[in-house]
Design a protein around this ligand. Structure first.
Ligand SMILES: C[S@@+](CC[C@H](N)C(=O)[O-])C[C@H]1O[C@@H](n2cnc3c(N)ncnc32)[C@H](O)[C@@H]1O
Length: 280
């Protein structure tokens, strides 16, 4: 069953492209929506997944996650796409649940993992309404999400954060990536709104969903500040860390009894921040 909510349209359109006759390598090369910043006539699925592999390694180091025993963990990835990072996670974890709003992406994700990861360790989960996860409470050890929550409507993103916490066992870890405000948003945010309305127009819409420049504008659906997220979920968490780029300052109010560590790091996008915490 497909959702009819308008902000899911870009993903459905991209998913439809992934669902046609293109091979995985062709999808990486020929559609504009590859989920990293690498493009090129020679790019193939293996290289695409290698970028995910490198990023997973980098974030484990930057986000101080080296002590987590991934090998005995069940990891939920919210917004797996076609499996750029999922393959790596299946190589590192006991079990991986790849969740996405688009079922065609999940099918591609299974194919990617079958080629480059451990398919025996993978389950997929369709997030039909873009905000709830049909998983039991306390069913995973780690909930991870990268460049996904920024693409949801703010309420959906906050609901997915709640869901990530609900399904993660007590003592488990959430590792969630968000996008917050930067100066260029003065132009980017209105452009995104225009692009998403053009997406609904027949003939033009499907083309805009294919080109890289237009997908980049249209996909950006929210900016969430740490305070907005933490006001909702901090009471359910301990050991809260907020990581952000050294190139900017990021105001985080420490509320209630929870102490929150704010840690500036190198090599992350100035518009991004990460919430890493243990579930109480
Ligand atoms: C930019 S891609 C990132 C994919 C992957 N995390 C990566 O780094 O390669 C964003 C993904 O989020 C998915 N997505 C968007 N909104 C979602 C929602 N509300 N629930 C679950 N997945 C969503 C899209 O279908 C897409 O696969």
């Amino acid at each position: 069953m497909q959702t009819r909510r308008s902000h899911h349209l870009p993903w459905r359109r991209a998913g439809n492209l992934a669902d046609n006759d293109l091979s995985a390598d062709e999808i990486i090369r020929e559609t504009g929506w590859v989920f990293n910043n690498q493009t090129g006539d020679e790019l193939n699925l293996k290289e695409f997944v290698a970028t995910g592999d490198k990023e997973v390694q980098r974030y484990i180091r930057l986000l101080e996650l080296e002590n987590i025993s991934f090998e005995s963990s069940t990891l939920l990835e919210i917004g797996s796409g076609i499996g750029r990072m999922t393959s790596t996670f299946t190589n590192r974890c006991e079990k991986v649940i790849a969740a996405d709003v688009d079922s065609a992406f999940l099918e591609r994700c299974r194919q990617t993992v079958a080629r480059l990861g451990r398919i025996d360790r993978l389950n997929t989960l369709h997030v039909i309404n873009g905000r709830t996860l049909s998983l039991n409470d306390n069913s995973v050890d780690i909930a991870f999400s990268y460049i996904t929550l920024q693409h949801c409507q703010p309420q959906d993103a906050l609901e997915l954060v709640n869901e990530a916490i609900r399904v993660t066992r007590s003592g488990g870890t959430i590792i969630l990536n968000f996008r917050t405000w930067v100066r260029s948003d003065i132009a980017l945010v209105p452009l995104g709104i225009i692009m998403r309305s053009l997406w609904k127009v027949s003939i033009i819409g499907p083309r805009l969903a294919r080109w890289r420049w237009s997908t980049r504008f249209g996909w950006q659906a929210n900016r969430l500040k740490p305070d907005t997220v933490l006001a909702k979920v901090a009471p359910q968490l301990t050991e809260i860390k907020v990581f952000h780029s050294k190139k900017r300052t990021l105001k985080v109010l420490t509320t209630g009894k929870n102490s929150i560590k704010v840690i500036p790091i190198n090599r992350i996008n100035p518009s991004h921040w990460w919430l890493v915490a243990q579930v109480s």
